[in-house]
Design a protein around this ligand. Sequence first.
Ligand SMILES: NC(=O)c1ccc[n+]([C@@H]2O[C@H](COP(=O)([O-])OP(=O)(O)OC[C@H]3O[C@@H](n4cnc5c(N)ncnc54)[C@H](OP(=O)(O)O)[C@@H]3O)[C@@H](O)[C@H]2O)c1
Length: 261
Amino acid sequence: MTGTTDTTDTGPAPAPAPARPEPALRGQVVVLIGGSSGIGLETAHRARGEGAEVVLTGRNPDRLKRAADAVGARQTAAFDATDAAALKQFFGDLPGPIDHVMVTAGGPHYGPLLTMDSAQLRDSLSGHVELGLEVARNALGKMRPTGTLIFMGDAGSRRVAPGIGIASAVSAVMPPFVAALALEIAPARVNAIAPGFVDTPLSASVLADRLDARRAELSAQLPIGRVVTPGDVAALAVHLMANTALTGVTYDIDGGQQLVS
Ligand SMILES: NC(=O)c1ccc[n+]([C@@H]2O[C@H](COP(=O)([O-])OP(=O)(O)OC[C@H]3O[C@@H](n4cnc5c(N)ncnc54)[C@H](OP(=O)(O)O)[C@@H]3O)[C@@H](O)[C@H]2O)c1
């Protein structure tokens, strides 16, 4: 009796294509307080890429609209985040639930301490710590239990130096502030990101015609051989949103700047 056996050698079966990783923020809502420029805008782009819907705020409505169009934001609101009543109204009107709120509004304040009046001192502190607390107070009721708050610190001002003034004090306050708040808001989480120099419109406006020289200096000096970009910081921010083990910590991201300056 004869039979047929297929002896064609087709070689080993091809390896299955690697599964695409699940988008880290699929179905989640990320609110960027200060989302129309720099680190906030880049985080919005990255969060969208990871499947999130984004809500952007900022003061300048034209810049906000351009940013919202660029990322496909679900909603925008133009207001000054340091205005407590406006912030409260924004969160009150915001449809919930939301997942993550990142605060990149509130710039650094430089200059010698003795030249500051008390209003300037209050502005410097309210730009980060008070704003963070007001955001926490207003956002928590709308956040899912796995949500995160992310605030901005400043590793560049950690070293006390002439002319930096209050920025060093504000920078020192952020880590214990975030740690203490993490205990109060659990199981929601809160972390801070403390950059050194990041190549954003803010850095361009602070440094003005010294920007190119500073970029070149840092590229030569930093262990990473380049300056830190908004995309670097956005990647860290999205990781802090997605990794539910992280709370109460301030993460430096400065390309090793503190090691060499
Ligand atoms: N870039 C750096 O090297 C660096 C280093 C250390 C820390 N940081 C901190 O990181 C954060 C983001 O910096 P960035 O470089 O991304 O700045 P940026 O490019 O100037 O962006 C700041 C964003 O926040 C908004 N904003 C600022 N003040 C606001 C307010 N009072 N109310 C509402 N929105 C406000 C701005 O829009 P409008 O102006 O239209 O309001 C913009 O969307 C800041 O807190 C900064 O101090 C930056």
